[in-house]
Design a protein around this ligand. Structure first.
Ligand code: IMP
Ligand code: MG
Length: 186
């Protein structure tokens, strides 16, 4: 695996831009309007799944105009390079009692579907007023458990992607666009 601390190797990891910042911005404006329409003035709790969804959450919460509270949960999917081990661990739970809320889960990407499936099962038993899932990206060809988001902004092919919150070995989260990651050594 390449050493991403080295500038040349870091830059070689960015193969090509898949989704531009402008495309993301426009899709988030549309998603905000859909959320406003769905909840029609009722307050919601937006729950971001850390770390990957932190950038998406920051933009999406400013695109909705219903009253909204923000919450965070941290789920860690263990990776060896770009390959998921299938182990999902909740390392930080929500502080809110969700039985008082219409909950919208805000996730970066649905890949195998395991993370969201586990999180949804965990949250359902806490009896939220309602529970919906908004994902920035969806890779349906990789699904291992039957899971569908209520809203996915972009459907992408089976590429490992980086940027706009998504990482490879914790790097690239700060890229303003979504790019395909290159496995080839520089
Ligand atoms: P799952 O396989 O649907 O459980 O996906 C779990 C998590 O793996 C996602 O929330 C992401 O944080 C991460 N992940 C999946 N695919 C990618 C990718 O292409 N790039 C970066 N992270 C990914
Ligand atoms: Mg994630």
């Amino acid at each position: 695996m390449r050493n991403l601390c080295e500038k040349e190797q870091y830059e070689a990891g960015i193969k090509r831009v898949l989704i531009t910042k402008e495309e993301i911005d426009a899709a988030i404006v549309r998603a905000g309007k859909m959320i406003d329409g769905l909840y029609d003035g009722r307050p919601i709790l937006l729950v971001s799944i850390l770390k990957g969804a932190f950038v998406f959450m920051a933009d999406l919460c400013r695109a909705v105009s219903v009253p909204c509270e923000i919450g965070f949960m941290c789920a860690k999917s263990y990776y060896q390079g770009t390959v998921s081990s299938g182990v999902v661990k909740i390392t930080m739970d929500l502080e809110q009692d969700i039985s008082q809320f219409h909950v919208v889960i805000v996730e970066d990407i649905i890949d195998t579907g395991r993370t969201l499936n586990d999180i949804i099962n965990m949250l359902k038993v806490r009896n939220p007023l309602s529970l919906h899932v908004v994902a920035l990206l969806d890779k349906p060809s990789r699904r291992l458990v039957d899971f569908k988001a209520d809203l996915a902004l972009f459907t992408i092919p089976d590429h490992f992607v980086i940027g706009y919150g998504l990482d490879c070995a914790e790097y690239y989260r700060n890229l303003p666009y979504i790019a395909e990651y290159s496995e080839e050594e520089a």
